[in-house]
Design a binder for this molecule. Structure first.
Ligand code: SF4
Length: 684
């Protein structure tokens, strides 16, 4: 919460860069050139001056004794983590000398690998992609997190323009579907708490009794990957019991009759068997949803990490239209608000630099397989804003790929991560306190600017400056490589906004006035302008045009369950954000060590006692964790909160040792992290 700073302290306006929907506006207190405190800005309406515990300790991360401050060259074996300091000139010239001949042979052999280590539009994919486009490098399918849900949402509702968080407290029913908001959307949770105090009912749908589920009135715990069936069961009851807003359906939806026929096949008895939840719970939840308004579904990406992840999102997105929840500004669906903003990708990333070339696309979700067998082979990898050796599925395969002696790897980083250990050259990047940026949120409607608060530490440089340097070293003279960070920020988003004003104020709201019910009269960004229960786009893509249920690729009802009967999920630990913050000692201390949550019945069937070491395994690998016996994990499901750095765990492994890259989601080419059957045994 912002406070009056003491004398001699300057306050610099900033923005949280992390992969979190909330994009908090920051106030960084600086004394004698040192950032002494990072606070939330109380005047920023959607986040109201409250930071999560992770970013409240941002100075601890920025001034961490293990910050990378100089370029490094590997002197040990790949993965061993032995490096020596070199100068920037040597680093850039060395990289250019390696990339030049590879590019001359075939630039597609060079692959960028990046994701949302920063959400900044400047330090994310601007100068970096300009560099790779000019080079003619492979393109990257950035599919690892949100691609399936986004694709499913797009088929039914079009762009993701979720309910405005600022009025979520007016809802009378809030359903958290695959969303542990206390961990991953804390400001939405604050609004839900306000709604609860005003009499709203809160429901959680999650296989795990998360912190959020624990505080909701109702918790439904389906088996992982069965959410699509649950949504169909709810539709069945709504239609059967006449709880449909017929006027809204008639005017603003497409394909209702066909949907009703499809949903008829998903009676609560069948759905209860698929999801392993009581039939009565499906009946009563549907009646509650059909009779309470405004009703808001806060769906998050947890439920789309399964083979049918896009379909499940499509199905859930049908529900608000059936009951007319979109009539109210506080009703409807909230997956993301990113569709509220129109990025100028062309100006940011300059695809014209490809000059007509059409490089292949490498899917980041299968990077291990690509490193093993892509044609042409991947000979150079440049990693920024990501830590694939820890976060990508099928981790052992990923690590094997990174360990290839013939692979040249460059990593831009703040810390010596699991991935940086495999680099040939490590380049020190600045943190958010040290560079300029502008952030497009996905949990509210405000662009937020980030001013540099302190000078870069050591010899760290912003990503933009590193790629400018690489462009110079490669001899690229195109004028766009001379663009300043300010120039890039100004062109990042289309529409009426002023970067200089945003820098000064801290943020600018984009979009309609608060309280506008954007879809009360339809106007969806789909081909028909309606909610598409029936999707011709899906049919054209060879998919089922209607909602249906796609079982998990590893199903607790299938043959594989004879050997691996437990479904493992690995949602975010509260004090980590993906793999960021794991090395911040005070935050890791709160998490303690990596645990496996297991239900008392599953534990006793295996002779597992609380606190003992257990081995979790499947055909892809194994890891050892300490068992925590708790009914937070439902029967048949084990939970490994993530994403731990492998080298900071007792056995040097994390949950991605067990996740698969063999089956991708039905749309979006995304990983099926939660289609993961395992067995657990005591090591005693
Ligand atoms: S991680 Fe999220 S909640 Fe935490 S400070 Fe950043 S935007 Fe706010």
């Amino acid at each position: 919460m912002s406070a009056v700073p003491k004398q001699g302290i300057t306050v610099v306006k900033g923005a949280c860069p992390h992969d979190c929907p909330d994009t908090c506006a920051l106030e960084v207190q600086v004394e004698d050139g040192v950032a002494v405190k990072v606070l939330g800005s109380a005047a920023h309406a959607p986040t109201a001056g409250v930071l999560c515990t992770k970013v409240a300790r941002y100075t601890e991360r920025t001034y961490h004794p293990e910050r990378l401050l100089y370029p490094l060259k590997r002197v040990g074996r790949k993965g061993e983590g032995r490096f020596e300091r070199i100068g920037w000139d040597e680093a850039l010239a060395g990289i250019a000398n390696r990339l030049g001949p590879i590019a001359a042979e075939n630039p597609e052999q060079i692959v960028p690998y990046s994701y949302a280590g920063t959400m900044g539009l400047v330090q994310g994919e601007s100068m970096a992609q300009r560099f790779f486009h000019r080079l003619g490098a492979s393109l990257l399918d950035r599919s690892i997190c949100a691609a399936a849900g986004s694709a499913g949402h797009s088929l039914t509702l079009g762009s993701r323009i979720g309910v405005d968080v600022e009025i979520a407290d007016r809802a009378k029913l809030i359903v958290f579907w695959g969303s542990n908001a206390i961990t991953s959307s804390v400001h939405f949770w604050a609004r839900a708490q306000a709604a609860k105090r005003a009499g709203a009912t809160l429901v959680a749908i999650d296989p795990y009794r998360s912190l959020t589920a624990e505080k909701c009135h109702i918790h439904v715990a389906p088996l992982p990957g069965t959410d699509g069936a649950l949504a169909l069961g709810l539709m069945h009851v709504l239609i059967r019991d006449g709880l449909i807003d017929r006027d809204y359906v008639a005017r603003h939806t497409l394909g209702y009759e066909a949907l009703a026929q499809r949903a008829a096949a998903y009676d609560p008895g069948r759905v209860a068997a698929i999801c392993a939840v009581p039939r009565e719970q499906i009946e009563s939840l549907a009646r509650l949803y059909g009779t309470t308004g405004p009703a808001l579904i806060r769906v998050n990406y947890g439920m789309q990490r399964a083979r049918g992840g896009a379909m499940a999102t499509r199905n859930i997105a049908c529900l608000p239209a059936l009951v007319g929840a979109f009539r109210d500004a506080a009703g409807g669906l909230f997956l993301s608000t990113s569709g509220n903003f129109s990025l100028d990708e062309t100006a940011l990333t300059r695809p014209d630099l490809l000059t007509g070339r059409r490089p292949r696309t490498v899917n980041m979700s299968t990077i291990g397989a690509a490193l093993e067998a892509a044609t042409p082979p991947i000979r150079a990898l440049i990693v920024y804003n990501s830590n694939p050796v820890a976060v990508a599925p099928a981790s052992a395969r990923v690590a094997r790929g990174f360990a290839r002696e013939d692979l040249f790897t460059v990593v831009l980083e703040h810390f010596q991560t699991d991935t940086a250990d495999y680099a040939d050259i490590v380049l020190p990047a600045t943190t958010q306190l040290e560079h300029l940026d502008v952030i497009k949120p996905y949990g509210h409607y405000y662009l937020v600017a980030n001013n540099p608060a302190i000078q870069p530490l050591g010899e760290a440089k912003p990503n933009t400056e590193i790629f400018r340097g690489l462009a110079r070293a490669m001899g690229f003279a195109d004028p766009c490589f001379a663009d300043t960070d300010e120039t890039i920020a100004r062109c990042a988003v289309r529409g009426s906004w002023d970067f200089d004003a945003v820098r000064r104020v801290g943020w600018q709201r984009i979009g309609p006035p608060i309280g506008t019910a954007r879809f009360a009269e339809g106007g969806f960004d789909t081909p028909s302008g309606k909610v598409e229960f029936h999707s011709e786009q899906a049919r054209a893509a060879g998919l089922d045009p209607l909602p249906d249920y796609i079982p998990p690729s590893e199903d607790t009802r299938g043959a594989l369950a004879a050997r691996y009967p437990l479904a493992m999920i690995s949602p975010p630990a509260r004090h980590f954000l993906n793999s960021t913050f794991v090395n911040v000692r005070s935050l890791r201390a709160v998490e303690g060590e990596p645990w496996l949550d297991i239900h008392p019945d599953d534990a006793s069937a295996r002779g597992i006692v609380d606190g003992s070491q257990v081995r979790i395994f499947n055909d892809r690998g194994s890891l050892t964790l300490r068992a925590r016996i708790t009914d937070r994990a439902r029967v048949g499901v084990v939970v490994a909160l993530s994403v731990w750095w492998k080298k900071l765990t007792p056995d040097g492994r994390n949950a991605n040792e067990l996740t698969s890259d063999e089956t991708l989601t039905d749309l979006g080419n995304a990983p099926t992290f939660y289609d993961c059957l395992v067995e657990v045994e005591t090591t005693a």
